[in-house]
Every structure is written in structure tokens, then in C-alpha cells.
Design a protein around this ligand. Sequence first.
Ligand code: IPE
Ligand code: MG
Length: 254
Amino acid sequence: MKALYRLYAGILRRQLAGLPMPQHVAIAMDGNRRWARGAGYDDVRIGHRFGAEHLELFLQWCSEAGIRCVTAWVASADNMRRRDSAEVDYLMHLTETVLADHVRRDHNWRLHVAGQLDLLPDSTARALKEAVEETRYRSGAGELTIAIGYSGRGEVLDAVRELLDEAAASGRSAAEVAGALTEDDIRRHLYLPDLPDPELVIRTSGELRMSDFLLWQTARSEIAFCDVYWPAFREIDLLRALRTYGRRQLERSS
Ligand code: IPE
Ligand code: MG
């Protein structure tokens, strides 16, 4: 089975050669709890642990495929507000330990954080900020963004708020701001304005929704919906999504 899998991965890699590749891939890692239940665990936190550890492999596959920019959706603002506190506490614990530890050790990535950090416990926000600082000057590294306490509408709202505050501070009237407003003005106030938009978004677990993920940045993205639960996501699932993306780009440009 393993040999067959390796053979198939090799075929997919060869098919990818010469196809257009996304620069930035965003991943909505969904299905941790269903995976845990399906694997016979009563405690769904086990799914979250496997899920958090799985990101390390995904990042390695991305590096090997030449993808230098990844956004991983760890928890939405809604997850933080609506899930029971023991589950959220555990997710934050995993973020501080498994996730932050990994980016410290793995010199292939510079860390960025997108989201409403005030929704996070202080210790989680601190651990992430420290990891961002520690990885900031890594030369030759790719860009990894952790979306946590994240809401796409919230991000656009925050951007508009900041833009209006800036305009008020500089003494411009609302009419002046409105008359000159461009998409780029909004972009400049997003959490990470310097990153390219993701050309490809992957969502696992068979859910066919965007759920407020990267609302502004995905206006022109390809979306790959993949049936497997996140902890079971394989390299061949990534390679297939990249192949579909590449073929569609070719068709669009022909
Ligand atoms: C994704 O898995 C991780 C988070 C959203 C924190 P879920 O926790 O959404 O698991 P399912 O979708 O209920 O199986
Ligand atoms: Mg889910």
C-alpha cells in the first residue's frame, strides 16, 4: 500500500512539473472532531492534537512543492466565542506548545498572525508574538500565517475603522475620504497587507463553505474542497489540489 502511495505521489509530482503553481495556499483545517470520533476516541481533543501536529507535515509538503506562502486557519473568532471553554483552552494550549514550538524549530518559515488577538488568552497571544519576533529575520524562509480568533468580516471592519481613524487624524472630511477611496486603501489596512492573496484555498472534511475565512483576499481564489478530515489529509490530497489548480490556470489562459 505504501509503495503504491509513493508511486502515485511520484506520478502526481511529475504531472505538476510545468503547470502553474500558486504562490500562496490557504488551508481551512476542518474535521478534527469527526476524525477523532471516527477513530474511536471519545475525547475530541485528541482530534485537535493530531490536527495541530499534522500542520508540520503539511508545511513540509508545501516546502517540497515550492510553495513559499501558507495561511493556516487554526480557529475562527466564532470558534473562540461559541465552543465550550475546555475545548478552546485546549486549542490555545496546543497553539502555545505544538504550534509555536514547531515554528521555532523549523527554520523554513517566518511566522505571522492574523486575527483578533484580544480574543485569545494572554499567554497564547504572548507565545505567538514571541514566535513572530523570533522568526522575523530568518533569511530565505517562507511566510506562514496562523489565522486565529480570525473573522474575515471582522478584518475588513477593522481595516475600515483604522482607515477612518487615520483620515480623521489627518483632518480629511468623510466626503474627501469617500471620494478618493480605492481597494488598495482597504488592503493597506488588512492584518497582513504585504502578503499576496492566496490563489488556492483548500478546505478539508467535505464542507462546502468559506465560513468567513479571508473574505477580502479570496475574491479571485480557486477553492479546493477535499473530503478527508484534516488529521487524515495526505500529501497526495495536496498534490491533487495543486494539479487541479494548475490545469485550471492553463485552461483559463488558453
Ligand atoms: C477543525 O476541526 C478545528 C477547529 C475548528 C478548531 P473541528 O473542531 O471543526 O472538527 P469538526 O468539523 O467538528 O469535525
Ligand atoms: Mg468543523
